[in-house]
Design a protein around this ligand. Structure first.
Ligand code: PLP
Length: 380
């Protein structure tokens, strides 16, 4: 099997699976309970909070655990909109965000918030000048992702954060770092964001676990009501084994970040070289050259991406059409539309995404399989 769909999700590290399984049977206490088992669970939770905070140079008190990227993003966007509705109702976002952000913004739009979108270039990159010009006195929030999940484009979020804070100190900034974490460095002392969303399953951790960085002093209105387990900001019995698994996955991923990036970079390069040579004008590379090493989005001429996906699947090669979140919707990706890709190219778009577990040999097999499929389709 060749798994080239690591941006949809990653295979958990063996050590992570073992740790989560052990904690589920041995340390099943509720971290809010006052007895010894609860206190032990709380200790695991707080140690993990410290470990994860360190990876982004944050303070442990600035980390709120959630059920994943989607919840963190909903919490940051809807929670700040509600908390600051008296200050203003103007929100700025990019048009290439993940559905978790886009649908949250649509929900806010429907209840009277004014959401304005920045234009983007051919790779989905926002314009900083336009951002600067659009910030107003009543702009309560700016939302921009750090790495695009479909294209791998790295957005200039550090520069954006400085612009936002210099234009209006009261404007809050949320960054979706789900695809950036463990791939490029994130340092909250450089990135002046107020909220940053993270997810565990993109870095070989368990699914259904995530975190929201909330800068000291930042506020939001909780979107889930209950016992207030996480600093009264997020309720629900805390998933201590899953969170511990996230912590271990992050430690392991950060240790290999450089090596993984080199491995993925070579795979990406090899695929591009081989596909360009064999497909020529039938191929279009949609990802920017200076994007993250682990994502390569390409378009194949004259084919439907689903056809290629299923041909590859028969050879046990797993890739994605557009992004995983769109792949069952059968619509042209909103992101590919935003970058101005023609419908002809957009319908044949596939995303190949790698991890440190992949090899150059797999890249060769995959490129040969794609070339073979294109040959067959052309004959048909
Ligand atoms: N944001 C981005 C950029 C993503 O790629 C994803 C997942 O694909 C999410 C948010 C959602 O994260 P989760 O799957 O943890 O809810």
């Amino acid at each position: 099997m060749i798994y080239f769909d690591n941006s949809a999700t990653t295979k958990p590290y063996k050590e992570v699976v073992e740790l989560v399984a052990r904690l589920m049977s041995e340390e099943f206490g509720n971290s809010s309970s006052l007895h010894a088992l609860g206190i032990r669970a709380e200790r695991i939770l707080e140690n993990t909070r410290r470990t994860l905070a360190e990876t982004i140079k944050a303070q442990p008190e600035e980390i709120v655990f959630t059920s994943g990227g989607t919840e963190s993003i909903n919490m940051a966007l809807k929670g700040t909109a509600e908390a600051f509705k008296r200050t203003g109702k103007h929100i700025i976002s990019s048009p290439v965000e993940h559905d978790a952000a886009q649908e949250s913004l649509n929900a806010l739009s429907a209840i009277g918030y004014e959401v304005e979108y920045l234009s983007v270039d051919e790779f989905g990159r926002i314009s900083l000048d336009e951002l600067k010009a659009k910030i107003r006195d009543d702009t309560i929030l700016v939302n921009i992702m750090a790495v695009n999940n479909e294209l791998g484009t790295i957005e200039p979020v550090v520069e954006a954060s400085h612009i936002i804070k210099s234009r209006n100190k009261k404007t809050l900034f949320h960054v979706d770092a789900v695809q950036a974490y463990g791939k490029i460095p994130i340092n909250v002392r450089e990135l002046e964001a107020d909220y940053i969303s993270f997810s565990s399953h993109k870095i070989h951790g368990p699914k259904g676990v995530g975190m929201l960085f909330m800068r000291k002093g930042a506020r939001l209105h909780p979107i889930i009501s209950g016992g207030g387990h996480e600093r009264n900001l997020r309720s629900g019995t805390v998933n201590v084994p899953g969170i511990a698994g996230f912590g271990l996955a992050a430690s392991m991923k950060f240790e290999r970040m450089e090596q993984d990036s080199k491995t993925c970079g070579k795979i990406r390069e090899l695929l591009m070289e081989r596909l360009t040579a064999s497909l020529g004008p039938m191929l279009r590379v949609n990802s920017p050259e200076d994007g993250v090493d682990n994502i390569l989005n390409i378009s194949l001429k004259g084919v439907q991406s689903e056809t290629v996906l299923h041909f590859l699947e028969m050879k046990e090669i797993y890739v994605s059409s557009g992004s995983a979140c769109h792949s069952r919707k059968n619509t042209v990706s909103r992101v590919l539309k935003a970058i101005g890709l023609s419908p002809e190219w957009a319908k044949g778009a596939i995303r190949l995404s790698f991890s440190g577990d992949n090899t150059e040999h797999e890249a060769i097999i995959c490129s040969e399989a794609i070339s073979e499929i294109m040959g067959t389709v052309q004959k048909m």
